[in-house]
Structures are given as structure tokens and as C-alpha cells.
Design a protein around this ligand. Structure first.
Ligand SMILES: *Cc1c(COP(=O)(O)O)cnc(C)c1O
Length: 347
């Protein structure tokens, strides 16, 4: 992303517990890599983030909350030295009022709703915004987000970009942030001053156009609990989901929807052992799933054998379509559902 980005600053999005992968483990790695701006959802996540950074790094670091005030007060943000990305005109007024009362300018970012219809000031809000409402605010950046970030050729993107240019021309000068991961791949016209990248950090594709060079940061392994030989005609799974058509060897994995996988995973995906792709049988239960290992050599699999469920051989991106969800649905849900072991930055 560094080699692609032509703007001023690449910042990291670590919302939703760093996409389910563990904010406390990931933030120090990004800080070591030189990252000095982070985006989280709310003040609670911002405080967790700040707690894991050494004070020398913290002094140079900006933490933004994408929910805006998210129910906390301007005073809470000022005390925590966290920058809310103000989400409405009402939040602008609240922060302006707080700054006037305290006699100190308050650090904020302000979101502009250029077409996503989700958060931020609309064009009408900007018309209603007198300059004196902004005077007590120390505006760190203007933020907007593309509604069709995953479709680089969608004309909506260009409409949003032109509206952003139009709105920021009427507003006080401050750095502008538009691009998320896919915006960096869309090229310099989309880079502006600060890019907010999440998915690319974790090696997840977020565009209908293939984004070269992203490496999955994750592997999901599941241990075998039992291996059993079963005759042709035997049935496997709840209500006999699968009838075996040949004498079979079936391995039971500690893996299920309770670990964040959708139940459709057993039809969309495979299990891998030493490069061999193995089909699931018998459906998926809360924490148990069966795999047909008949074609493996004797002794290749036993209790404790780890099978690879997600990783370079079977990425989240390759499954998302078949599962009818965005790749990040899988990443956040599996991330939140499974225990994590971190292998460090050395690979
Ligand atoms: C989640 C999010 C991002 C990061 O998007 P990726 O596609 O994961 O890089 C950036 N900006 C906003 C407003 C977001 O909500």
C-alpha cells in the first residue's frame, strides 16, 4: 500500500476489534511499522487502542472514532485525547458549544455525506453551517466514504468525488480523507491526503477488480477429534444428512458455526491437509464438522491432526461469493469466533 499511495498519510482502520483479529495484538505491529493514525468505531475501542501503545508513540498518534461522538460527550473525547469524526450537524454544534464553554479549541474530524447516506453532513447541512460554528473547532480532516468502493467503474464514485471537491472548497482548509483500501488501488485521483485502509492490511480483497499484492494475514486451523471407518450406506450428521456411497473414513473436526463460520461453508468450502482438498460430509453443527478422508493414505490423519480451513489455499475472498456475503463478514465473524495465535511480523 505504501508503494501505491501518493497522498500524505496511510492510516489504519482497526474497527470492530481489528476486523475480529484482535486490536491489542495488531495495533503495536502497525505502530512499529510507522503507522501514526488509527480509526476505530467508538471511544471504548479508542481507549483500548491507546492502552497498548507506548507513551512516546502515543504522543505522535491520532485516534479517530468513525461513529462520531457515539453517545459519549465532547468532554469525554477531549479528556481521552481522541478525535471524533463528527457524524451530524448536531454533533458539530455540541462540540462547538463545548469548546466555547471550555475556552479551548476542540480537535475533531468531520464526515461529509457525499452519497452513502450513512453518516456526516449533507450538502444541506453544509449550507446551514455558519462559519462561526466551526471557529472553535480544530478540524483535523474532512472524511467521506464511497458507496461503491467495491466497483471502481461505478459512476457514483465520480459523483461523490466531485461533491467532495465542491463541499471542501466551501469549507475551512483541512486534509481530506476519501480512500479506503480499494480507493488506494483506484489510483491517485482518489488518494487525497489521508487514506483509511483496513481490509488491505489483513490481505482481504474489497473490489470487483483484482487488487494485486494482498497477502492473507490469517490461517484457520481445526483439530481432528476422531477418525472412524464407516460402511457404505452409513449416514453421517443430524437426521442422516449424508449417506455414504462407499466404505469411508470420516474425520470429525472441532469446527462449527459457533466459531463464526456460516453453515453454508460445508458446501462452499473444503478442508485441506498437506495440500489435499477434502470434502465435508454431514453438515455443520455448532462446534463439530465431519470430513471425508477416505482418499488419504493410512495414518495420514488421526486425533490431533490440524486441518487448514482458511489460508492461502482457500482464502476468504474465494469463498465470499459462494456464501453470498462480503469477505469481511467471514473475517470478522470467524475472527471473533475463534481463538487466536499470533506468529509475529517475521512470518
Ligand atoms: C471500514 C471503513 C474503512 C476501511 O475500509 P476497507 O475497505 O476495509 O479498507 C474506511 N472508512 C470507513 C468510513 C469505514 O467504515
Amino acid at each position: 500500500m505504501r508503494s501505491r499511495y501518493t497522498g500524505r498519510e496511510l492510516s489504519a482502520v482497526v474497527k470492530s476489534d481489528a476486523y475480529g483479529l484482535g486490536l491489542e495484538a495488531i495495533v503495536p505491529v502497525l505502530a512499529d511499522a510507522g503507522c501514526r493514525s488509527f480509526w476505530v468505531n467508538d471511544l471504548g475501542e479508542a481507549l483500548r487502542l491507546k492502552a497498548v501503545l507506548p507513551s512516546a508513540v502515543l504522543r505522535e498518534t491520532t485516534v479517530y472514532t468513525l461513529f462520531g461522538l457515539g453517545g459519549a460527550t465532547p468532554g469525554d473525547f477531549e479528556q481521552a485525547a481522541v478525535v471524533p469524526v463528527l457524524a451530524s450537524l448536531d454533533e458539530v454544534w455540541q462540540c462547538g458549544g463545548h469548546a466555547r464553554r471550555s475556552g479551548r479549541r476542540m480537535a475533531v474530524a468531520i464526515q461529509l455525506d457525499t452519497g452513502l447516506g450513512r453518516l456526516g453532513l449533507t450538502a444541506d447541512d453544509v449550507d446551514r453551517l455558519g462559519g462561526d460554528h466551526l471557529a472553535p473547532l480544530d478540524i483535523r480532516c474532512w472524511v467521506t466514504h464511497l458507496a461503491a468502493f467495491d466497483c471502481p467503474d461505478d459512476p457514483m464514485n465520480d459523483r461523490q468525488r466531485r461533491m467532495l471537491l465542491d463541499l471542501t472548497a466551501r469549507l475551512p482548509q483541512a486534509p481530506v480523507s476519501l480512500a479506503s483500501s480499494s480507493g488506494v488501488f483506484m489510483g491517485p485521483d482518489w488518494h487525497f491526503d489521508i487514506a483509511r485502509i483496513g481490509s488491505a492490511l489483513y490481505g482481504v480483497q474489497t473490489s470487483s477488480r483484482w487488487q494485486e499484492g494482498l497477502v492473507p494475514c490469517y490461517r484457520l486451523l481445526a483439530p481432528v477429534l476422531r477418525v472412524a471407518d464407516m460402511p457404505a450406506g452409513a449416514r453421517v450428521g443430524y437426521r442422516g444428512t449424508t449417506a455414504l456411497t462407499r466404505p469411508s473414513r470420516i474425520a470429525t473436526l472441532a469446527l462449527g458455526y459457533g466459531d463464526g463460520l456460516p453453515q453454508g461453508f460445508v458446501t462452499a468450502g473444503l478442508a485441506f491437509l498437506s495440500g489435499e482438498a477434502l470434502p465435508f460430509v454431514g453438515g455443520m453443527a455448532m462446534n463439530l464438522t465431519m470430513v471425508d478422508v477416505t482418499d488419504l493414505l493410512d495414518g495420514a490423519v488421526g486425533p490431533g491432526t490440524q486441518m487448514e480451513i482458511l489460508g492461502p489455499r482457500q482464502t476468504i475472498d474465494s469463498l465470499a461469493d459462494a456464501l453470498g456475503c462480503a469477505p469481511n463478514v467471514l473475517l470478522t465473524q470467524v475472527g471473533a469466533g475463534c481463538a487466536h495465535r499470533y506468529l509475529g511480523t517475521g512470518g
